[in-house]
Design a protein around this ligand. Structure first.
Ligand SMILES: *Cc1c(COP(=O)(O)O)cnc(C)c1O
Length: 383
């Protein structure tokens, strides 16, 4: 088989199963709306939970950062790419979340891959929630450690795994708020079980940070849990992009030695780190935004229940509607688009077979009339 043959076979396979993934050009957007093929839609598919992606304070901060510090880091942080805005931002994050150290990464995907690759060795074990993000599960699958997945949000299932004696160390991995279901992990119970066995807990709070907890400190703060490793990302509620790992001093020093994604990659642009400092300030003072988000969530859930739609137990901005079959989910998303609402259908392999869904996401930027329009759209589309 040639490369060409292999590639074309994979493509036809995807096509035949109706699983082709495509990209659409977003011609123009603000925090509420987007324009595709000349048509404007309300955006219910973004992760911009507080509407900060277009906030004038952040746009201005990025411009100011570019003028002061330049647009590129110029190298890895280990060479000359570690600029003052990033060093300051790391300190601010550590203080805010109550950890000795924070290390900034270029993305959440890179942070998860880097931590798992650097920490785990042969004879170690990773116990991950079954629904953990692809960046975690993929890194775990590629690591020399043994990966076992436990039933979603079931501490008893984790406890069973932990009872088997280990040759090496054990890392328990979960998310604060699950990206495709919107539900929250029982972090206190998971941490208690891990600690009892001398294991470490790693929490990826991509969807909780900024959006929940006092001052937006996220799921762990809200549940009064301090995992040994906390990953937060800046592409969602923060409105920009990037990520950080929060940990103790030794672990930070260790990652600086062994995390290849830090050592062999250009550091975050200093202008972006500068803008992220402003985003952090907006989040710390963002009670009003979080309140507006909560109101939108409540409005949507009330309306959806009145329509008899089956909601998942989610108190977060992620409000999926499980449809079942892929084609049905795609058709429903299509009909909603005809009603002016942009919602994405999420299909296997991103979610388990038979659980294709609409992943509806809400934002503080949505107005009450936007939520009503979505509910009307759902009512029409379901007929
Ligand atoms: C989005 C996401 C990531 C990846 O973060 P990026 O910064 O977008 O690379 C990691 N984990 C979870 C749970 C996510 O939802």
């Amino acid at each position: 088989m040639s490369w060409q043959h292999r590639i074309s076979l994979a493509l036809t396979g995807r096509q035949q199963k109706g699983q082709m993934r495509t990209r659409r050009v977003n011609q123009h957007s603000d925090a509420r709306t987007l324009q595709i093929d000349g048509t404007c839609y309300l955006n219910f598919a973004a992760n911009d939970y507080l509407g900060l992606s277009h906030d004038p304070r952040l746009v201005q901060a990025w411009q100011q950062g570019a003028e002061r510090y330049g647009v590129g880091a110029g190298g890895s942080a280990h060479v000359t790419g570690y600029h003052a805005p990033q060093a300051e931002f790391e300190q601010q994050l550590a203080d805010w979340l109550g950890y000795p150290r924070a290390l900034v990464f270029i993305s959440g995907f890179a942070a998860n891959q880097a931590v798992i690759a650097a920490m785990l060795a042969k004879n170690d074990r990773i116990f991950a929630d079954k629904l953990a993000h692809a960046s975690l599960l993929e890194a775990a699958a590629h690591s020399p450690a043994t990966l076992r997945r436990f039933a979603h949000n079931q501490p008893a299932a984790l406890e069973k795994l932990l009872q088997h004696p280990a040759g090496g160390e054990t890392l328990v991995v979960t998310e604060g708020v699950f990206s495709m279901d919107g539900d929250s992990a029982p972090l206190a119970e998971l941490h208690r079980l891990s600690q009892r066995q001398g294991s470490w807990l790693m929490v990826d709070d991509a969807h909780g940070i900024g959006a929940t907890g006092e001052q937006g400190r996220g799921s762990c703060w809200q549940q009064q849990v301090k995992p040994e490793l906390l990953v937060v990302t800046f592409g969602k509620a923060f409105g920009l992009s990037g990520a950080a790992v929060l940990c103790d001093d030794d672990t930070a020093d260790y990652l600086l030695q062994f995390a290849r994604h830090l050592i062999y990659s250009t550091a975050m642009p200093p202008a972006q780190a500068w803008a992220l400092q402003t985003a952090l300030a907006c989040i710390q003072q963002g009670d009003e935004l979080r309140q507006r988000l909560q109101q939108n969530i409540a409005l949507f859930r009330q309306g959806a229940q009145a329509l008899g739609l089956a909601l998942l137990p989610s108190a977060t901005a992620i409000q999926p509607l499980i449809v079942g079959e892929e084609q049905q989910a795609l058709a429903l998303a299509d009909r909603l688009q005809q009603q002016g609402c942009w919602v994405t259908a999420i299909r296997p392999p991103t979610v388990p077979p038979g659980t294709a869904r609409l992943r509806i996401t809400l934002s503080a930027a949505h107005r009450p009339e936007d939520i009503h329009r979505l509910l009307e759209g759902l009512q029409h589309a379901n007929r």
